[in-house]
Design a protein around this ligand. Structure first.
Ligand code: IDP
Ligand code: MG
Length: 149
């Protein structure tokens, strides 16, 4: 079973798309195990996006992600990382397939609505940045036998 960190970025919150975005992961069959609403500090943003520190868009990325509140979530499932990323769509919303979050709701790479972890190693780091183990809930979902073979 994998876990992935998903963020509804500040544009998703400001545009009142929180519910729609959560619904897509929920309906896909991923299981929610942690959720909080927060405004990221500069320090948290710098840690979260440390891998992009040398990229030309880094400063604007950090100011975007700290510009307003985000919804941070941990979703669990078999292949949760890949499943979440396919539900999100390509990084640039213009290239993202219709039916994906970014392809349906976004227009620009710098306003692409959601973050999702890209590997098991990064998922573990990112989940631990936002959540303590005690904040993650182990629960049995009654629909599981209808979602997983
Ligand atoms: P991902 O969010 O699809 O994993 P990454 O390559 O990890 O994409 O980039 C992290 C975030 O940085 C993107 O979601 C996007 O908000 C921003 N970003 C990536 N490339 C660019 C760019 O070329 N210009 C502006 N922002 C970018
Ligand atoms: Mg990424």
């Amino acid at each position: 079973m994998q876990r992935t960190l998903i963020l509804v970025k500040p544009d998703g919150v400001q545009r009142s798309l929180i519910g729609q975005i959560i619904s897509r992961f929920e309906q896909r069959g991923l299981k929610l195990v942690g959720m909080k609403f927060l405004q990221m500090s500069q320090a948290l943003a710098e840690q979260h996006y440390a891998v992009h520190a040398a990229r030309p868009f880094y400063q604007s990325l950090v100011s975007y992600i700290t510009s307003g509140p985000v919804v941070a979530m941990v979703w669990e499932g078999k292949d949760a990382i890949a499943a979440a990323r396919s539900t999100m769509g390509a990084t640039n919303p213009v290239a993202a397939a219709p039916g994906t979050i970014r392809g349906d709701l976004g227009m620009e790479i710098g306003r692409n609505l959601v973050h999702g972890s890209d590997s098991p190693e990064n998922a573990e780091k990112e989940v631990n940045l936002f959540f303590s183990e005690a904040e993650l809930v182990a629960w049995a979902r009654s629909a599981d036998p209808w979602i997983r073979e």
